[in-house]
Design a protein around this ligand. Structure first.
Ligand SMILES: Nc1ncnc2c1ncn2[C@@H]1O[C@H](COP(=O)(O)OP(=O)(O)OP(=O)(O)O)[C@@H](O)[C@H]1O
Ligand SMILES: CC(C)(CO)[C@@H](O)C(=O)NCCC(=O)O
Ligand SMILES: [Mn+2]
Length: 912
């Protein structure tokens, strides 16, 4: 949504249309003022869903309306609403389906505001923005869209075909797919080929199973940040994979049977071993022996088992003693199921729980051991386990990790993959030509965990949901089911003496959830080609956006509690923001349930969605609101505060202009800090608003601005900003400053805009960097131009700079001569690519990234951008971090201070 203007250019370019004719008309970026809700409740439009570089059907495309229009609409009459294609892995036990979707706008409308100046756009294009990108991606455009993961039991292949038909996946030709051809792998690609032809009229294009597994694993390890993890003694740890040091590794895919593949690079692999004792063996034998109805039931009952009732232990043979000479303890399993031979008992006299556990341990240890031997054989240190046998089950993973660690004496490491069972399907999917997906990297992938979609999380729960209403209804059902799910299943640890060949694996968090909730481990993967790492980060490898790591339990609890306690207030505002009708109330309710379910899930399994930081939590809340079509909860508040602040602006500017340069700079920084108090995301501040008007609070806040602030680098900043005492001309003016702005109202109007003006006066080009999508009361890139226009009415400098920057093209500015134009630095606006109050500099809009070259000052304003995230981030240029701390705990933690303390941290570019 947020790069419409750019989008259009790309579309034309990639189709070799002549761009010049429409160029000037099309260039102003326009944005629809808020994210458009999707018609299908399943897929909310996301902040990071950028529509650039899609494969669109442009036949019959036409300009709508008058050609004299500044921003004519383009109609794409033949563009279907959603372009999808898919690939399947038809395995012995399960069918895995990966499908792609994107919601192409039927027409790209031009209503709404301008977020980027045409000048900025031209600039970017001149730099060869998209040409360079196309080159980078080997000439193939990358699709923006979403990848969904779904699985079915192979015995229910008809359900899978129904699903494909209901989603009309087979009718799509995008992604280089040939008419009626489906990429498929696994044995079923052969077995079910006729059935696919009959039911769908589609031909199966068979892809080699091993090649697909490898392609899928390599893609995941490269493109998904928190994909691989270790699991030892109940503890899950995400592993940051160094892409330059990934190969060689051993891939062990535990499906029905097991394949072991030595992987040396992209497309370079060899299947070195396999074993027929695999997932099918566990489930098949388990079902026979325990009468379990489902695979998950079998796993679940194993948790209440004691395998010493079934297994023959070393102690059973050695009269209770260890066989210490060869390093075996009495509790080592000497022979799985061996105890049974001496007991003339029928099956019914054994506990099914005990049988399930014996079986699980037998199979897991065996696979672990064979894997280890193969790793040893080829000198491989890393073993990645895939396949649905793992099922994200803590005990299974612990057992296998234990085996690997034990046998390799700690030399080799077992790692697991979040998309464990989807490797093959993903690999087959990547084989579609020309979608360029294989070139995607982690910064272009954003994983989302939508609630309420019956088939978005790897499982199918019901018929496709067609609209929001259906989704809400489904939410009701999900949550009533979810209540059972999210309550941990009591797990009794058997005080067994019969604990395996190794010490007993301690799977602490091994309460097993039913499918619905466990499946949340796989989200919907949003592919956003227009995201890039911010080039001014000092070191992207070591960059960690989150200041506070929520892996500490009390920390996590604290923030989860804050989010829960703020929820009812938020829902109330959300409902009011959309008119408060009974329908909206229902929607608000569904949002609250969904978000509570997320929180409950995280409480239970903190690593459920990958590594958890506060930024992720806050973003999840915004995403969840968008999922239930809440567009901009604080819109009315933002507008009210903007207007109230604008009234004060002229007096403030006059007051500032009466000061000497250094006193003025201080007043400006004080102003930014004081105005940063207006934060509807902070509970403490919301309490304040109950007792005062905006101006009263602002004045109070200003009066409290006594230096030294808790973090106070003002002197050093002031020094960097020194001016010639006689002429008043800055000694070392910055060339370009990027101001990352925070809240609407006083924050932007009385804080950041005056600071921008000061920089402009000093000859520095200023770019205001704001969010692409609404979040709390933060100002968005779409809203900024009109705020600047209003401010420009009171200020010549702003007016000239904004006109020069192309922000005020609608205002005919007769006073601005060409000479003026050349002299005045630009004031422009750019969106950051985010929809949350925090910023992860590994994933920003390409427009923002393209501005890095000439930037020598970055100003990060506000708690979210400068404290929760990026407080410790290092940049390649001068950086000023300004924020008022509006949370007591955070103040204590990061600045050893207290609530309402201020941070003015200046880190000059390191002189090389
Ligand atoms: N809901 C489930 N139903 C059946 N098996 C399951 C389920 N969940 C996990 N499993 C386990 O996963 C195994 C199947 O894993 P996977 O889908 O990776 O293999 P597959 O592709 O079907 O088999 P193969 O590759 O050998 O043809 C089953 O044998 C079983 O052990
Ligand atoms: C036959 C396949 C490859 C089918 O996915 C798989 O089930 C497997 O690797 N089985 C193990 C066969 C063996 O190597 O003994
Ligand atoms: Mn398989």
């Amino acid at each position: 949504m947020h790069t419409d203007g750019f989008f259009r250019c790309i579309v034309y370019q990639s189709c070799n249309w002549r761009l010049t004719k429409f160029e000037t008309r099309l260039l102003p970026t326009t944005m629809s003022s808020s994210p458009r809700p999707s018609e299908d409740g399943e897929e909310p439009v996301s902040s990071r869903t950028s529509p650039i570089r899609p494969l669109l059907d442009l036949s019959g495309a036409a300009i709508q309306g008058s050609r004299e229009d500044k921003n004519p609409s383009i109609v794409l009459p033949n563009q279907s609403e959603e372009i999808s294609h898919f690939a399947v892995d038809l395995g012995g036990s399960l069918i895995k389906l990966v499908y792609f979707s994107r919601r192409a706008d039927r027409e790209t409308t031009n209503s709404g505001n301008r977020a980027l100046s045409p000048v900025r756009k031209l600039d970017h294009l001149k730099r060869g923005g998209f040409e360079a990108e196309l080159r980078r991606y080997g000439g193939f455009p990358i699709l923006g869209g979403r990848l969904h993961f779904v699985k079915f039991e192979t015995s229910k292949v008809n359900d899978c075909l129904d699903f494909i038909q209901s989603k009309r996946l087979h009718l799509c030709k995008a992604g280089g797919a040939k008419d009626g051809v489906i990429k498929a792998t696994g044995g079923g690609a052969f077995k079910f080929a006729d059935m696919f032809k009959e039911r769908l009229g589609a031909t199966i294009d068979k892809e080699d199973e091993m090649g697909c597994l490898v392609a899928g694993a390599n893609f995941l390890l490269r493109a998904i940040r928190d994909e691989a993890f270790t699991h030892l003694e109940g503890e899950k740890k995400f592993v940051q994979i160094d892409h330059n040091d990934l190969y060689p590794y051993l891939l062990v895919n535990i499906g029905s049977g097991v394949s072991m593949i030595k992987v040396d690079g992209d497309g370079q692999y060899e299947r070195v071993s396999g074993t027929n004792v695999g997932g099918g063996t566990f489930w098949g034998l388990g079902r026979l022996l325990t009468k379990s109805k489902s695979f998950d039931e079998l796993l679940e009952i194993s948790q209440g088992g004691d395998n010493s009732a079934i297994d023959m232990l070393v102690g059973d043979i050695y009269g209770g003693l260890d066989y210490s000479k060869i390093g075996l303890s009495a509790s080592t399993i000497a022979s799985s199921f061996g105890k049974v031979i001496g007991q003339d008992k029928p099956l019914s006299e054994y506990r099914r729980e005990d049988i399930a556990l014996s079986l699980l341990r037998m199979i897991s240890y065996n696979i672990g051991q064979v894997a280890y031997l193969n790793a040893l054989r080829y000198g491989l240190k890393r073993i990645f386990f895939g396949g649905f046998f793992i099922r994200g089950h803590a005990y299974t993973m612990d057992t296998m990790s234990f085996a690997i660690r034990y046998w390799s004496k700690g030399e080799a490491q077992a790692m697991f993959l979040r998309h464990e069972g989807f490797l093959g399907a993903l690999g087959a999917f990547l084989n579609y030509d020309k979608h360029g997906l294989s070139n995607l990297t982690a910064h272009q992938c954003v994983e989302r965990f939508p609630m309420g979609a019956p088939y978005a999380r790897g499982e199918v729960y019901g018929p496709p949901i067609r609209d929001l209403n259906g989704k809400i209804t489904w939410m009701d059902k999900f949550v009533s089911k979810g209540n059972e799910i999210t309550a941990p299943v009591p797990t009794s640890y058997p005080g067994t003496t019969g604990l395996g060949g190794f010490e007993r694996p301690l799977a602490r968090s091994c309460s097993l959830r039913s499918d619905a909730s466990a499946a949340l481990n796989v989200g919907v993967l949003h592919l956003v080609p227009s995201l890039e790492p911010f080039p001014l980060l000092a070191d992207i490898q070591s960059y960690e956006p989150n200041t506070v790591d929520l892996s500490d339990q009390s920390e996590r609890e604290y923030w989860l509690k804050i989010l829960s306690s703020n929820l009812s207030d938020l829902v109330e505002k959300a409902v009011a923001s959309e008119g408060g009708t009974p329908d909206v109330i229902r929607r608000g309710d569904a949002f609250a349930r969904a978000f509570k379910a997320h929180l409950a899930r995280l409480r239970e399994e903190p690593a459920a969605y990958g590594q958890l930081g506060l930024a992720n939590l806050l973003e999840m809340r915004e995403e969840c609101l968008r999922e239930f079509h809440f567009q901009d909860v604080y819109l009315a508040i933002k507008q009210r505060e903007n207007e109230a602040s604008m009234v004060v602006l002229p007096d403030l500017l006059a007051e500032l202009d009466s000061l000497e340069p250094s006193a003025r700079l201080l007043a400006l920084i004080e102003g930014v800090l004081a105005a940063n108090i207006f934060d509807w995301g902070s509970r403490a501040c919301v309490e304040l608003y109950r007792s005062g008007t905006i101006l009263e609070i602002y004045r109070m806040s200003r009066n409290k601005m006594r230096r030294p602030w808790r973090v106070d680098d003002f002197d050093s900043f002031c020094d960097r900003m020194r001016v010639n005492e006689i002429t008043g001309i800055p000694l070392k003016p910055h060339k370009r400053a990027l101001l990352f702005v925070d809240n609407s109202g006083a924050d932007i109007v009385l804080g950041m805009i005056p600071l921008a003006r000061e920089l402009l006066m000093r000859g520095t080009e200023v770019v205001l960097v704001a969010n692409s999508l609404p979040t709390i009361n933060d100002v968005t890139a779409v809203e900024l131009p009109s705020i600047i226009a209003a401010a420009a009415k009171h200020c010549e400098i702003l007016r000239k700079a904004a006109t020069a920057g192309g922000l005020l093209v609608d205002v005919v500015d007769d006073d601005l001569t060409e000479k003026d134009q050349a002299e005045v630095p630009f004031l422009t606006v750019v969106e950051n690519g985010c929809g949350s109050p925090c910023i992860d500099f590994r994933q920003v809009s390409s427009e923002l990234a393209s501005l890095a070259d000439d930037t020598d000052l970055v100003v990060l304003e506000g708690m979210g951008r400068a404290l929760h995230t990026n407080f410790n981030a290092k940049f390649k240029c001068d950086v000023l971090k300004l924020a008022m701390v509006k949370n007591q705990r955070l103040a204590e933690q990061i600045i050893n201070g207290s609530i309402y303390d201020c941070v003015c941290r200046f880190e000059p570019k390191e002189q090389s």
